[in-house]
Design a binder for this molecule. Structure first.
Ligand SMILES: O=C[C@H](O)COP(=O)(O)O
Length: 203
């Protein structure tokens, strides 16, 4: 997955977080058709794993996010998760990902947390919440940690997306600024327009 993710035309992981996952399959179809092929279903969304099972025949693999325990990791992988994303450095999730041969993108914020999550075996590091430091913080992290693939996530807006990539981000995790209200009944054509605009911006 890591290699596929790095080779994506659009270096974005779209994050779906909503009270329920009832619309996740439809939203994922629109995103993937629009070139945003990496999509994360978050466990805080009721029914996320059932929705993932409904997407088993989708063209691109889907990840599961907000994974905090080994039990979460196993449930996610059983449902078809191609990769796992955590909001924190969780040794048990990293170890479970290694055991199951599933990439883990660990959440971390400080240089010490980022280094620790990387050495423990994470595939990439989600710098969260990225907007606290912005692109300048990411650039500062990259200087002493140039070998660690960083995925800023949390408050990454369309306007700032290019600046994070210019600062050295490998990919971006984007939830609400891209998804808007699409998971709660919002207009899917508007979602398509946002996804295509982001893809164009990041070419
Ligand atoms: O886990 C990550 C966040 O839910 C995404 O944050 P965002 O909605 O500000 O992009």
């Amino acid at each position: 997955m890591a290699d596929n993710l790095l080779e994506l035309d659009t270096p974005v992981i779209a994050i779906l977080r909503a009270p329920t996952a009832a619309r996740f399959a439809e939203v994922t179809a629109v995103l993937q058709e629009s070139g945003i092929t990496a999509v994360e279903f978050t466990l805080t969304s009721e029914g996320a794993l059932d929705a993932l099972r409904d997407c088993a025949d989708f063209a691109y693999p889907i990840g599961v996010g907000t994974v905090r325990t080994a039990e979460d990791a196993n449930r996610a992988v059983d449902a078809g998760a191609a990769y796992l994303i955590t909001p924190v450095v969780s040794d048990e999730v990293i170890h479970e990902g290694y055991r199951l041969s599933i990439p883990v993108i660990s959440g971390a914020f400080t240089p010490t947390e980022i280094h620790r999550a990387w050495v423990a075996g994470s595939t990439m590091i989600k710098v969260f919440p990225a907007s606290l430091g912005g692109p300048d913080y990411l650039r500062a992290l990259r200087a002493p940690l140039p070998d660690i693939p960083l995925v800023p996530t949390g408050g990454v807006t369309h306007d700032a997306a290019k600046a994070y990539l210019d600062a050295g981000a490998t990919a971006l995790g984007i939830g609400s600024p891209l998804i808007g209200d699409a998971c709660t009944g919002g207009d899917l054509n508007a979602l398509r327009d946002r996804a295509l605009a982001l893809r164009e911006e990041l070419k």
